[in-house]
Design a binder for this molecule. Structure first.
Ligand SMILES: [Zn+2]
Length: 317
């Protein structure tokens, strides 16, 4: 598979994870004069001048929270970055624009899209875990915001940042690939199958179950190819190729409006709309498409307006 970055991926920040366990080092990073802060207000990150807003201490002023409430994101170009939640009831004033992540990420660089998603995911996790899930006592942050610990000495339950693993799979069989259409999509839009892994289930088992549930197609084996964060709010899409034993389809669980087998000729004809090129879904399709001699999928895309309009990547559910 090509190394081209997918949404919300890439080495956009040095996470500097070892520093989180050193309170003195975290305090020094917090106090450093060139440290910058990524504010998140009501799950909305901030952009300014077409980039993720990296505010100074002076720009935040009285809105700067206590260090204990901030989350250490890492180092970027020698500067420490913290995510900070703004508790204002109304949108805070000042330069820049708070907005929904889906809206903002199309207006910044791929690296800044990753950074905004990272900051928002951490702040959202804090907002959703203000109290202990075991005993209900308030939590407090440790490890620079990466652990939330119950404040009750009788409990001490520790929570860690949440990720929801979801499989996404391109199923193929004898020069055909299997794509599905969700009920809310236009009639010509198709993508790979996807679904959440469940507790007590290996990812390969989730691939077999989801494909069977959605299309009644059986899988002989599957192979991991690539992954993509999908932070709405906390999914991680884990991409596979899988080989089917047959091509009979029956829609079992009602999640899909339609599922069809496509040949390369059909995909290359421009009659259907595929996911955007920076999605792991497109990478899976392209990887399969380009595994035989002939024009690549990206060539057909560029020359034949293969993607006729911008599309959101497939959600996992
Ligand atoms: Zn507790």
């Amino acid at each position: 598979m090509r190394d081209t970055a997918v949404f919300f991926s890439g080495a956009y920040i040095e996470r500097n994870t070892l520093l989180r366990h050193d309170p003195a080092a975290v305090a020094a990073a917090w106090a450093a004069p060139d440290t910058r802060f990524l504010p998140v207000w009501q799950a909305q990150p901030l952009i300014r001048d077409g980039a993720a807003a990296r505010l100074t201490r002076a720009e935040l002023g009285a809105r700067l929270p206590e260090q204990a409430a901030a989350i250490y994101l890492g180092v970027e170009s020698g500067r420490h970055l913290f995510a900070v939640a703004l508790e204002d009831r109304d949108a805070p004033p000042g330069p820049g624009e708070f907005g929904g992540l889906r809206d903002l990420v199309s207006r910044v660089s791929a690296a800044d899209a990753g950074l905004l998603a990272y900051a928002r995911a951490m702040v959202t996790w804090h907002r959703h875990h203000r109290h202990c899930g075991v005993c209900g006592a308030p939590t407090r942050a440790e490890d620079a915001g990466f652990v939330l610990v119950c404040s009750s000495t009788n409990c001490g339950h520790r929570s860690f940042p949440r990720l929801d693993p979801a499989i996404i799979v391109l199923v193929h069989h004898d020069q055909h690939c299997l794509l599905g259409r969700q009920p809310t999509w236009p009639s010509d839009r198709f993508s790979t199958l996807a679904g959440f892994a469940e507790p007590g289930e290996a990812l390969e088992d989730a691939v077999r179950r989801e494909v069977r549930e959605e299309t009644d197609v059986a899988i002989t084996h599957c192979r991991y190819r690539a992954s993509q964060p999908w932070p709405f709010p906390a999914s991680l899409m884990i991409g596979f190729h899988a080989m089917a034993t047959h091509r009979e389809i029956r829609l079992n669980d009602g999640e899909l409006a339609e599922a069809r087998w496509f040949t390369r000729e059909e995909l290359g004809s421009g009659t259907i709309v595929l996911p955007p090129r920076a999605s792991v879904a497109y990478r899976l399709i392209e990887d399969w498409f380009d595994s035989v001699p002939g024009p690549g999928l990206a060539t057909l895309h560029r020359d034949g307006e293969f993607l006729r309009r911008p599309e959101q990547p497939p959600d996992a559910r």
